[in-house]
Design a protein around this ligand. Structure first.
Ligand code: FAD
Ligand code: NAI
Length: 463
């Protein structure tokens, strides 16, 4: 038997690497197994970070092409250097993943390079070497969900990973799935010049998000030029050198159609990554959706084996995985951490952005909760007007009796940053009036949040 540890974490994504660092901070001897050549998992290598780098760069291109003239800034002929844009993205990723390696060294976390497999409680195999450990943490993340009949080659038919690596702008990009990946990466390539069509199975995009925000978001993206084919299913794909032909059918029945694309992005969700981990042999139970089954405290059914992040129940978000990593490490050190799953923000990093936290109106109605709504449009916010970014609104939902904030939904400039104010408010059990009575600097976008909180009781000042 090789070295032994207090904790071995399998997977160095935001869940795993953060868990490893926190456990080391708390005095445990920690190793983290990662098979990828770099640390940081999906998020840093092929997810959050490269997609945000391309979203930022492509938005600059869009501004130079279509938005700066309004501000009296004339830039003449704008041209795209996609190779440079991709190289910058790679530099951003490189700096981030190196940063995690530095943090491992600083905190004395051992990186076991290779594929990890659970032998049994207390034993992890890494490419043929077995290590002993008191605790095993499964943090192996997720992977793109396949669609029968649409075979991914990462060139013509791509997942998000291939869509982040395209070397030329496709003439026509067809996205299967109107969710977060499809809309963020669809936006990137639309801004850079592609025609983009989103084929969505349901009658709406971003299912799960507040309906009113979802509809407004769809209108905004349509105005930007993205086309939507809702209530449509893809039944097959044929690839030639010239491109891809998709066959589609209306979900409610009707005649089949074909759709020609240069590149197809398959983005119909992600599924837990548990292949080759030896979980069945170790007796670790999965749930009905193939996720590692855990109790409310990250424990699997096998004592000493724990799981966090995308591989377990809950939203597949980096910050949720990170918070679980911290909570589990603290729990293993004997502390009593707590995660409030009712206050986890979600953000779509398009422009304008979309952000949400807590309950939607639909969820409150279904649960029979009496609620009040306060809304405020960015057209009435001075800073948004100065920025020339007035699309969207803030919507706050509060309990009808107690005024406690139950949810917030924002479509608008920097919505992802604005929602943090509501996250803090919800964590403190604040009422809409607490937010409304807090002094907000002028002129800021956050004033729209304050005004929406005032609007909960019908006393917004600027509409
Ligand atoms: P992962 O990040 O998936 O990491 C798991 C790691 O485990 C991987 O590195 C994998 O190589 C490794 N691994 C798996 N099996 C083994 C094994 N047997 N042995 C060794 N190593 C193994 N979330 C956000 O919150 N904000 C965003 O903006 C955002 N953007 C995204 C954009 C895209 C295109 C994608 C695909 C995802 C995005 N996400 C975003 C989601 C986010 O990436 C995930 O929620 C997050 O990475 C989950 O973290 P994790 O630690 O659970 O798993
Ligand atoms: P998603 O769950 O967000 O959206 C998938 C969409 O595909 C849904 O609208 C669904 O109705 C649709 N769909 C499912 N099957 C279909 C079919 N056969 N044909 C057509 N449409 C179909 O999943 P997505 O976009 O793949 O993202 C995966 C995960 O990654 C998300 O859960 C998200 O949490 C995470 N992510 C987060 C980001 C962020 O926080 N900004 C960015 C990108 C990804």
């Amino acid at each position: 038997m090789a070295d032994s540890f207090d904790v071995i974490v399998i997977g160095a994504g935001p869940g795993g690497y953060v868990c490893a660092i926190r456990a080391a901070q708390l005095g445990m001897k920690v190793a983290c197994v990662e098979k990828r050549a770099t640390l940081g998992g999906t998020c840093l290598n092929v997810g959050c970070i490269p997609s945000k780098a391309l979203l930022q760069s492509s938005e600059h291109f869009e501004e130079a092409n279509h938005k700066l003239a309004e501000h009296g800034v004339n830039v003449g002929q704008v041209s795209l250097d996609l190779a440079r844009m991709q190289a910058r993205k790679a530099e951003v990723v490189g700096a981030n993943v190196k940063g995690v390696e530095f943090l491992f060294k600083k905190n004395k976390v051992t990186w076991l390079k290779g594929a990890g497999r659970v032998v049994s409680a207390g034993q992890v195999d890494v490419d043929g070497t077995t290590y002993a450990t008191k605790h095993i943490v499964i943090a192996t993340g997720s992977e793109s969900t396949p669609l029968p009949g649409v075979t991914v080659d990462e060139k013509r038919i791509v997942t998000s990973t291939g869509a982040l690596e395209l070397e030329s702008v496709p003439g026509h990009l067809v996205v299967i799935g109107g969710g977060v990946i499809g809309l963020e990466l669809g936006s990137v390539w639309r801004r850079l010049g592609a025609q983009v069509t989103v084929v969505e199975f349901l009658d709406r995009i971003v299912p799960g998000m507040d309906n009113e925000i979802g509809k407004a978001f769809e209108r905004t993206l349509s105005k930007q030029g993205i086309k939507f084919k809702l209530k449509t299913k893809v039944t097959g794909a044929s690839v030639t050198d010239a491109g891809v032909t998709l066959t589609t059918e209306p979900v409610g029945g009707g005649s089949a159609e074909t759709l020609a694309a240069d590149v197809v992005l398959l983005a119909i969700g992600r599924r837990p990554h548990v292949e080759g981990l030896g979980l069945a042999e170790a007796g670790v139970a999965l749930d009905e959706r193939g996720r590692v089954k855990t109790d409310g405290h990250f424990a699997t059914n096998v004592p000493g084996i724990w799981a966090i992040g995308d591989v377990i129940v809950g939203p597949m978000l980096a910050h949720k995985a990170e918070d679980e990593g911290v909570a589990l490490a603290e729990q293993l050190a004997g502390q009593k951490p707590h995660i409030n799953y009712d206050a986890i923000p979600g953000v779509v990093y398009t422009w304008p952005e979309v952000a949400n936290i807590g309950k939607t109106e639909e969820e409150l109605k279904a649960a029979g909760v009496a609620y009040k709504v306060g809304k405020f449009p960015f057209t009435a916010n001075g800073r948004a007007r100065a920025m020339a970014s007035m699309d969207g609104f803030v919507k706050i939902l509060a309990d009808k009796e107690t005024d406690r904030v139950l949810g917030a939904h924002i479509l608008g400039p920097d919505a992802g940053t604005l929602i943090a104010e509501i996250a803090v408010a919800m964590e403190f059990g604040a009422s809409a009036e607490d937010v409304a009575r807090t002094c907000h600097a002028h002129p800021t976008l956050n004033e729209a949040v304050k005004e929406a909180a005032l609007a909960v009781d019908g006393r917004a000042l600027h509409i």
